[in-house]
Design a protein around this ligand. Structure first.
Ligand SMILES: C[S@@+](CC[C@H](N)C(=O)[O-])C[C@H]1O[C@@H](n2cnc3c(N)ncnc32)[C@H](O)[C@@H]1O
Length: 216
């Protein structure tokens, strides 16, 4: 909830993290790059709206595909009560995420699981590490990674109807798969602190398969 005290605390905490300036991330499998995080005000507005409208099913796991320093996963779990899996291929960012979570928790143990997994989101083995199957995921969240279409196509092929795919970007990324229906679009004036570009968050839902009774 954008005005929830713990949500505000998380946002303030990560503003402090960001005040040190842009960071490079390192990964054993992937290239180095500049790490750009989501704006937590945007994700909070989106999560609240989608849960309230019944688009996100809070009883099914939420996965951040490439969770960076863990901020969206922490918000989804601690503020919105979603069982959350944060997948990130950078060992350093996973370690950083766990540190942030410990700092924010202040010794309180959450009863709703939040699992940080070091791995590639396109591999089934990564989901198995978190004790779930790809098909169990109720909501996928992705911000600006190169293989998001690959996962969206997997959702279209394998996930049950109703599975949600949240695509957050600076406006350019879209999904074209006909099995995924655009159900909600958010537009935000600024990408993240100091970034002048508009951000969009497009929400897609896996369609029900309608069988034609006259066709075999
Ligand atoms: C833009 S950051 C994501 C930040 C985070 N989701 C957020 O919203 O704050 C992109 C991250 O994607 C990770 N990444 C890219 N491809 C990946 C893959 N196939 N599996 C897991 N992580 C990946 C990178 O290591 C990098 O940390």
């Amino acid at each position: 909830m954008p005005d929830d005290p713990f949500d505000l605390k998380i946002q303030e905490y990560f503003r402090g993290v960001d005040s040190a300036g842009p960071r490079e991330y390192d990964s054993e499998t992937g290239p180095r790059g500049i790490f750009v995080p989501s704006n937590l005000e945007h994700t909070s507005v989106a999560l609240e709206t989608l849960i309230e409208r019944g688009i996100i099913n809070p009883r099914r796991p939420f996965v951040d595909l490439s969770s960076g320093d863990g901020r969206v996963a922490i918000q989804a779990n601690a503020v919105y009560g979603l069982m959350t899996i944060a997948i990130e291929e950078s060992k350093a960012l996973i370690a950083e995420s766990i540190g942030h979570w410990q700092n924010l928790q202040g010794g309180i143990v959450s009863i709703i699981p939040l699992v940080f997994v070091e791995g590639d989101f396109s591999k089934d083995a990564t989901y198995a590490q978190a004790g779930i199957k790809f098909e169990d995921v109720g909501t996928f969240f992705n911000f600006s990674t190169k293989d998001y279409e690959l996962i969206a196509d997997q959702v279209a092929d394998r996930s049950p109807p109703g599975t949600v795919f949240m695509l957050y970007s600076f406006g350019a990324n879209k999904l074209q798969n006909p099995a995924l229906k655009l159900v909600k679009q958010f537009e935000f004036e600024k990408g993240f602190d100091g970034h002048p570009t508009k951000a969009t968050l497009d929400v897609y839902k896996k369609k029900k398969q309608i069988r034609n009774p006259f066709r075999r």
